[in-house]
Structure formats: structure tokens, C-alpha cells
Design a protein around this ligand. Structure first.
Ligand code: CA
Length: 293
């Protein structure tokens, strides 16, 4: 694969940059800073970043078909209208305090899948939820420690999921119509020396691009064989997630974090927390699904 050059998108460092998503309606890349509760937006060529603060820790954000965005805040799912600068809670799971939402994404039916994790790192306190178009919430998985990357096979018969501390990427059989996952199978295990699997995206060939927290890289893997196809090294240790964007979905956007790094470590990776892009990556992604409600 012939790849373009890695660039910094804009001169901004997030504490915990996450969940990049391409917004086709206005050709922007959006991403969150989970801890600060910021939703960032950058229009290619404008050299300007816009930021909306949700007022709460913001784990994930998706584009809404009817306009605006849906975010997974600490308290639950919220509708965001950037024109009106408003953020309204629409649905909240009956969860106990000490939990926050983390990564999430929409499936081909326009449901928003997002999972949770404990704020103090207690294992097994997280769940994976689905927000339906009517704003009802279903629980899909329990006893999760750090719910992270989600994705689907191109034919929507597989659901891919990462619970970060397991160091595994798992696949479930997926029934898109009835929204049922079954038959868990481990497809990839990340060696301890390479960090922890975090966010991921699926490309136009159905391959997985997985961000490695503490691993200084993004890897491309074949979910059917588990084979590693490609690696992209980053100048930062905590690589958190990635997505494809741009006119032809040929640009790979990559988020990172600076939280938890000592001043010493930070001085050796001054770009920690930045959003990166590889324009004309040599690989293509697909338009993300938007929330149907
Ligand atoms: Ca993540």
C-alpha cells in the first residue's frame, strides 16, 4: 500500500481525543475530547477548528440523519444542535454513578451502539448499549471493563467489538434486522508489548484499522484470518481511534491523547492529543452510518 504523509490537522491537543467521524453534510471531520466534553469540528481547507462544549464527559458522537449530532454523554444520550449550540439529554440507561460512556458508532440500520466503563477503572462495570431510533435503549453486553471500538462487516453479518483490557478484538454473528449478536469468537489478540486495542474503523474492503493505546501505531488487520496487513507508526504513544473521511473517503484521520502522560513523557511526544490525517492514504473507507432517529 502506498501511503500519503502523516500530517497534523490543526494546532490543538486534546486531553483524550477520541471518536473521529466524517460529517458528509458539511464535509467536516468531528471528534471529541472525552474528559473536557468538547465536540471539535474541522473543515478541510478552512484551517479553523470549531468547538462545542457539551458540559459533560462525552464518549462518542454520531451524525444524525435529521440534522445535528447524537452524543453519548456521561449521563446518557443527548441530541446536539450546533447551530443553536444546544445539547439535550434524550435517553439515559438506568446505570449507577461512577460510570461514563466511551466509544460508539451507528450500524447500518441507524442504531447508535455505545458502551460504558467505570470512571475509577473497576473491571466489569461497563455495558454495551444500543440507542434505537425511537430513543429506547437496549443492553447488548454486560460485564464489560472498557467498552471501546465497534464495527460491522460489509455484509452486516458480523459485529466487531473491543473491550480494551482483554487485548482482544472479538466478532459476533450479527442479525441486522433484529439487532441480535451471538456466537462470540476471538479474532485478534494484541501482544502486551504493542499496547492495548482502542478504537477502530472498517475500510471499504472490510478490513479493520485498530488504534493501539500505548502502542504508537494503527494496524490494519483482516478480521477473517486475523492476519496483520499494514502498520502506520505515529509520533505519539496513546493512539485512540481512526476514521476515513474526505471526498472519496481516502483520508485516514487518527485521534490521540495526552492524558496520563508525565511531563517527561509529554516532552518527548509534544504532538500527543493532536488529530492527525494521512491524506490519500492509499486505502478507502466508507461513509459512516448516521443515527436514524
Ligand atoms: Ca476509545
Amino acid at each position: 500500500m502506498k501511503e500519503g504523509t502523516l500530517e497534523v490537522v490543526t494546532n490543538h491537543s486534546s486531553l483524550l481525543g477520541e471518536c473521529p467521524v466524517w460529517d458528509e453534510s458539511n464535509k467536516t471531520v468531528k471528534w471529541v475530547d472525552i474528559i473536557n466534553g468538547d465536540l471539535h469540528s474541522f473543515k478541510t481547507g478552512s484551517e479553523e477548528m470549531e468547538t462545542f462544549n457539551t458540559g459533560s464527559m462525552t464518549g462518542a458522537v454520531v451524525v444524525r440523519s435529521s440534522g445535528g449530532m447524537i452524543a453519548a454523554l456521561k449521563e446518557g444520550f443527548a441530541a446536539i444542535n450546533l447551530n443553536q449550540q444546544s445539547c439535550t439529554l434524550i435517553a439515559s440507561p438506568a446505570d449507577h454513578p461512577g460510570i461514563r460512556f466511551n466509544d460508539g458508532k451507528c450500524d447500518a440500520a441507524g442504531r447508535f451502539w455505545a458502551g460504558t466503563m467505570s470512571l475509577n477503572g473497576t473491571p466489569g462495570k461497563g455495558k454495551l448499549y444500543v440507542l434505537n431510533a425511537d430513543f429506547s435503549i437496549d443492553i447488548k453486553l454486560e460485564d464489560i471493563s472498557c467498552s471501546n471500538g465497534v464495527g460491522w462487516s460489509l455484509d452486516n453479518t458480523k459485529f466487531y467489538f473491543i473491550d480494551t483490557p482483554t487485548r482482544q478484538v472479538v466478532a459476533y454473528d450479527y442479525d441486522l434486522i433484529n439487532c441480535i449478536i451471538s456466537k462470540k469468537k476471538v479474532i485478534i489478540t494484541i501482544p502486551e508489548s504493542e499496547g492495548l486495542p482502542d478504537g477502530m474503523t472498517v475500510d471499504a474492503d472490510g478490513m479493520l484499522w485498530i488504534a493501539l493505546w500505548g502502542g504508537w501505531k494503527i494496524i490494519q488487520c483482516d478480521p477473517f484470518t486475523g492476519a496483520r496487513l499494514h502498520e502506520i507508526k505515529l509520533p505519539v504513544s496513546n493512539v485512540t481511534s481512526c476514521c476515513f473521511g474526505g471526498d472519496e473517503f481516502e483520508d485516514l484521520y487518527i485521534t490521540s491523547a495526552r492524558t496520563g502522560l508525565t511531563p517527561e513523557k509529554l516532552s518527548s511526544q509534544p504532538l500527543a492529543g493532536y488529530l492527525f490525517v494521512i491524506k490519500n492514504s492509499g486505502c478507502k473507507g466508507l461513509a459512516p452510518y448516521s443515527f436514524a432517529g
